[in-house]
Ligand binder design. Sequence first.
Ligand code: C5P
Length: 313
Amino acid sequence: MSISLCLSSCFVSVTVRAPAKVNLFLGVGPRRPDGYHELATVFQAVSLYDELRVRRADELRVDVRGDDSSGVPCGEDNLAVRAVRAIAHRLGYPPEIHLDLLKGIPVAGGMAGGSADAAAALVACNALWEARLSTEVLLDIAAGIGSDVPFCLLGGTALGYGRGERLAPILTGGTFHWVIALADVGLSTAAVYAEFDKRYPHRAQTPHIPPELLSALRDGDAARLGPLLHNDLQEIALALRPSLARTLEAGLELGALGAIVCGSGPSCAFLVGGADGAIELAARLAGTGLVKAVRRCAGPVPGARVLGTNDGS
Ligand code: C5P
């Protein structure tokens, strides 16, 4: 398809939303020669979203809005910008896109906010340019942008291997309800992994995902799932941010079925038995004064999806 044909036939703008993720299990294995770690993880996409609107422009530019958007890079470090460059390169198009990003996912919170933006940018550009790239191709481009980007495209609940980009979707029974506690200041994923390496320089094996956890997920049994939540990076996040231990304890004391640091932190996720339980726990946690803010969400939800298009008419 020539670019002139595309310009005359495509949308003026496309809006996509992409979800945050929680790792229900995060087993970290040895550091690989490329610097990444082998993982065995269970991802779940949850209903906290970033929204991205893309339209054609004279240059590649991103504007970021949202409650705590100040920490989001607006240049080449922005994963959505990198995603536009990557898909434009694959298609042979100029990456001349304006990105309008509304953040709803905590920034540097361990919930894959930047990766969600990259996934959203891939889906949005694919639609804007009517490129019709398959999911397989988008997943391949996504893996080159960041370890969590393929999962943000896919959504749902999935096992993740390799550096997190090799995915196997799994079926779960029903909906799981979460309360997320946000922290004041983010943690750097790279810094958390570096500290992990200092503590465990001779890590030989990647932990296995326990079958009991998969069975609780399949049965939609939050009470069984709660105590099985596990994150190998949690100990490191707590060492770097000791106040998180109190946050986790408080959530459990207030009735959460399970508590876990999200990915590399510092957001903490609390599993509850239902939507009412989430309202109650969120209010009580907010009342402790230990957390910057709380959010309620549920999973699994789909990955990055087009919310709407504008054809200029
Ligand atoms: O893939 P991504 O760029 O999101 O990863 C951010 C950082 O997290 C990497 O630079 C690396 O330090 C660390 N990481 C890792 N092993 C993984 C995923 C991420 O060491 N499997």
